[in-house]
Design a protein around this ligand. Structure first.
Ligand SMILES: C[S@@+](CC[C@H](N)C(=O)[O-])C[C@H]1O[C@@H](n2cnc3c(N)ncnc32)[C@H](O)[C@@H]1O
Length: 279
């Protein structure tokens, strides 16, 4: 396949630059031509991908792919790991290399390091760019047949929903990320467990009945896989097995409530200006 070539001058090549690109979710089918071009034109590629097979596929595109996975360690705060990722990428940018960071899904969705390393690179005067990818969110809309524009859609990281006072709107969709890690202050655990998820259930029960059906979703990461969709009652969330690659969706629990005050104001405006002006 022909890939578009990015404009680079000779000066750019020794100046150091950064691109953070998304690999998409499913191996082989989600990588955009622009993301591929960034990978192929880089001097060094760093990879934070969903599994080793995807990393092997990336290695066929570039001779110098460095995995970021070994920076994870049991019990080590993920924030420490993510700061180290920023440092290793910036070391190469400062050395004058064209650096490409490849992240699974979209590099800017529920991902700290790509945003941070771009901010640091730009602050130091380097060219830095984020190239979007197909995220778990995109796959979820397609696989579950959800249009976020129909009733509105809120997204929260599950722990953040517990740690802070947030306002849930049960008339729209609610998408919860990293539910397997619910309530982990340490950022060092790979899962928390039923007691932590029970706290989440009790918080959600303020806005949803315990028998409200929620969806546990895992999109395909390999082309041979199918999306995994499980439907359970809210009360059962603590007791089902849950992996780090799953996202939880709560469909709306209440109908949209008309806002009569605002409708009256808009009707008055229609009368004043004539409805044809709004057409
Ligand atoms: C650190 S975030 C990374 C998201 C990624 N940057 C993206 O664009 O989708 C990890 C969370 O993404 C979601 N996730 C990751 N892989 C998934 C998959 N295959 N299917 C559904 N959700 C997934 C889960 O909620 C998981 O806890």
């Amino acid at each position: 396949m022909n890939t578009p070539h990015l404009a680079t001058s000779k000066n750019d090549t020794c100046r150091g630059s950064l691109a953070c690109v998304g690999m998409g979710m499913t191996l082989g089918s989600h990588l955009t031509p622009l993301a591929r071009s960034h990978i192929e034109q880089a001097d060094v590629v760093f990879a934070a991908l969903s599994n080793g097979v995807v990393e092997m596929w990336l290695e066929r595109m570039h001779p110098d792919v460095r995995s970021l996975q070994p920076y994870y360690k049991p019990g080590k705060s993920r924030m420490k790991t993510y700061r180290e990722w920023v440092q290793v990428m910036m070391t190469e940018v400062r050395a004058g290399k064209r650096v490409c960071g490849v992240f699974y899904g979209h590099p800017g969705i529920f991902a700290w390091s790509p945003h941070k390393v771009i901010e640091v690179a730009r602050a130091e005067g380097f060219e830095a760019h984020m190239e979007p990818g197909i995220s778990a969110e995109d796959c979820l809309y397609a696989d579950l047949g959800i249009d976020p524009g129909r009733f509105g859609c809120q997204h929260f990281e599950a722990s953040q929903l517990l740690f802070y006072e947030r306002r849930i709107d049960p008339a729209g969709y609610l998408v919860l990320w990293q539910v397997a890690l619910t309530g982990d202050w340490s950022l060092g655990r790979l899962e928390t467990g039923p007691a932590y998820r029970q706290v989440l259930v009790e918080l959600l029960n303020r806005d949803y009945p315990l028998d409200h059906e929620l969806i546990i979703y895992r999109g395909a990461t390999l082309p041979i896989e199918k999306p995994c969709v499980r439907r359970i009652a809210l009360r059962d969330l603590p007791h089902v097995p849950l992996t780090a690659e799953e996202t939880v969706v709560l469909p709306p629990a209440t109908p949209l409530k008309p806002n009569s005050v605002i409708r009256d104001r808009l009707n008055a405006l229609d009368k004043l200006y004539g409805t044809s002006t709004l057409a």
